[in-house]
Ligand binder design. Structure first.
Ligand code: ZN
Length: 280
């Protein structure tokens, strides 16, 4: 009964309120949605913040507000800030790391997205990794391409990261890695060769969310990822009602695979984090 971390990506950076009003946008909506997801079984929350018009924000005040609310209402839950970003000034993507969330996402290379190039210049990657190291933040390495695994290994070799990061394979983003089970095996084989101590998860975007989760659980993933950032639908016809509803579906998948949910303290141990919430 190997425990599984359930990560919930509550909001994302693409404006979606018009497509699904359940997407939380204001810090108070985000805290409430995270609390519901926590009660449903999530042990890690991945956070983007937004401006009033839903455009992506880098505001440290907003990140701090959501972080404080989660720490207060969801004891021991792992707080992860996004440093990614469509529509964010690259120079501001690390501007909230001084708040010392437990974790932060880190992309180690550039890739084509549906309508933009998601640019992650080596200088920016090194700067973000260095800040995470300085503030004792554990990175979650976002893999949008095989070469990004090699980018992660180079950070280890440069002394900018330890050799047991948490790695997330992101599948199903148009123009990037397709959602393909065979491809996940190739990525895992390369991960085991380059970073054998890493923990891992996989995120399926849009209609691929459930199938990628199945493939990951079948292969012993340390974590699964769900949430409205990646997918706003339950079926083609029905919108997701909340992040908590998606977490409940992830819980069912975990149990179906003969595994159990990690408690927050267990999730911290699995991901090599200290036992207590690391609020600033
Ligand atoms: Zn994100």
């Amino acid at each position: 009964m190997n425990p599984v971390v359930i990560a919930v990506a509550i909001t994302g950076s693409v404006p979606r309120k018009k497509d699904n009003p359940a997407v939380p946008v204001s810090p108070s909506e985000q805290i409430e949605s995270t609390h519901e997801a926590y009660e449903a079984g999530a042990s890690l929350v991945h956070i983007h913040v937004r401006n009033h018009d839903e455009s992506p924000s880098s505001s440290p005040e907003k990140f701090a507000e959501v972080q404080d609310g989660v720490v207060r209402h969801c004891p021991s839950m792992i707080v992860q800030f996004s440093t990614g970003g469509r529509g964010r000034d690259p120079g501001l993507r690390g501007s909230s790391l001084y708040l010392r969330p437990d974790m932060a996402s880190l992309s180690t290379g550039s890739v084509n997205f549906p309508s933009i190039v998601y640019e992650n210049h080596t200088t920016l990657v090194h700067d973000l990794a260095g800040r995470m190291q300085q503030h004792s933040i554990r990175p979650e390495i976002e893999i949008f391409d095989l070469s990004h695994l090699h980018g992660a290994r180079r950070l280890v070799d440069a002394g900018l990261m330890d050799d047991r990061p948490h790695v997330q394979f992101v599948m199903g983003v148009e123009n990037a890695l397709p959602a393909d089970e065979h491809l996940l095996d190739i990525l895992l084989e390369e991960l085991r060769r380059l970073l054998p101590k890493a923990t891992w998860t996989a995120a399926g975007i849009g209609c691929h969310q459930a199938s990628v989760m199945e493939w990951a659980l079948r292969r012993g993933a340390h974590a699964v990822r769900t949430g409205l950032e990646d997918n706003i639908r339950i079926t083609r016809e029905r919108l997701a009602r909340s992040n908590a509803e998606q977490v409940a579906m992830a819980v069912e998948a975990v149990l179906r695979h003969g595994r159990r949910l990690a408690s927050c303290p267990e999730a911290r141990a699995i991901l090599s984090l200290p036992p207590h919430a690391g609020a600033a």
